[in-house]
Design a protein around this ligand. Sequence first.
Ligand code: DNO
Length: 410
Amino acid sequence: MERTWRWFGKKDTITLAMLKQIGVEGIVTALHDVPLGEVWTREKIRDLREYIESYGMRWSVVESLPVVETIKYGGPDRDHQIEVYKESLRNLSAEGIHCICYNFMPVLDWARTDLLHANPNGSSNLYFNYAEFAYFDIYILKREGAREEWAAFRFPEGYGEGRNVLAEADALAREMTPEKDHKLVENIVIKTQGFVSGNFSENDEAPIRKFREFLDLYKGIDKAQLRANMKYFLEAIMPTCEQYGMNMCVHPDDPPIEILGLPRIVRTREDIQWLLEAVPNPHNGLTFCAGSLSAGAYNDVVELARQFAPRTHFVHLRSCHIFPSGDFTEASHLGGRADLIELCRIFEKQNPQLPMRVDHGMTMLGDETKGYNAGYSFLGRMFAMGQVQGILATVDRELGITYKQPGFFD
Ligand code: DNO
């Protein structure tokens, strides 16, 4: 697979010169400064592409070209927004960029409750605690129906035995302080969404009010309706994708569970099969995010990779560990539920040119003082990148694939 890295543009303190030293060949990025719903112009795309190329790398994948909420909930201006999307696709194609990662998660792009959860070795990882999330939902967001939904909540079989998430959330309510509430809002909304989604920014003064407004847009939108809206979007853009050779790859829902009363439609094998069959065009494909999928106890990640490799255009390598309590954290890239070694075998066999990026990484050895985006440390990701390069070198040897890491004399 092509060794790529998610880089957040010219303002990223992790520079392209640094990435070159650690074997990165391709860059995964976006025009982060273009407001949601505006066309990505050819000039802006070209400027960033040329900058990346001046370091001897290529712009391999766009992550993300955001699908605005109106397309997801089917608002009155969705057709206009689909035209905007098509225009950006045409401009990207004209600049030679053909792989587009996006997601179809309503409101929240991804969710965690703790961004610096200590590992036994002294580093930290991202963490999702159901009780804290339920507390956020019931006591901070004060979402209508939240209490009833958490009362009915059940963990997948084998997890969370004897656990009562609602009772835990009520217990938390007795000990939380305004400072702790603020921290939780920061973790769930500001720091996780701010740099990826465009719906929220680090400077939002009333993120909870904004959050409620977004949730209101989805009143009456159930799973079937969200699926219909996704199909509508994909069918509308497929002719452009065919004409301009654009590969769309949807990112699975992270975590792959239903939250905040919102439908989530890219969580399981059945979901992925549905979306690939609903629009049976090779340009409608998948971002195989092993991390997101492995946070769902019902997902056998290796089986999913075997089944969906032919429609995968982009791979995220990361692995989760689910505790017996049902909570999950991000594991070592050599451990956890995802079996990255077997995944590398499957995808390398499928297509040695497939772009792959290491996803997230430990926060370690001072990463925490550098202000990196949540999950996107430098040393932790570099460590994971080294591990994955080792896996790939071994798998390539097994498969008889010749690969020479750029940047060395031999
Ligand atoms: C988080 C990421 C997501 C992902 C988008 C893709 O770390 O995996 O923000 O980039 O959901 O659209």
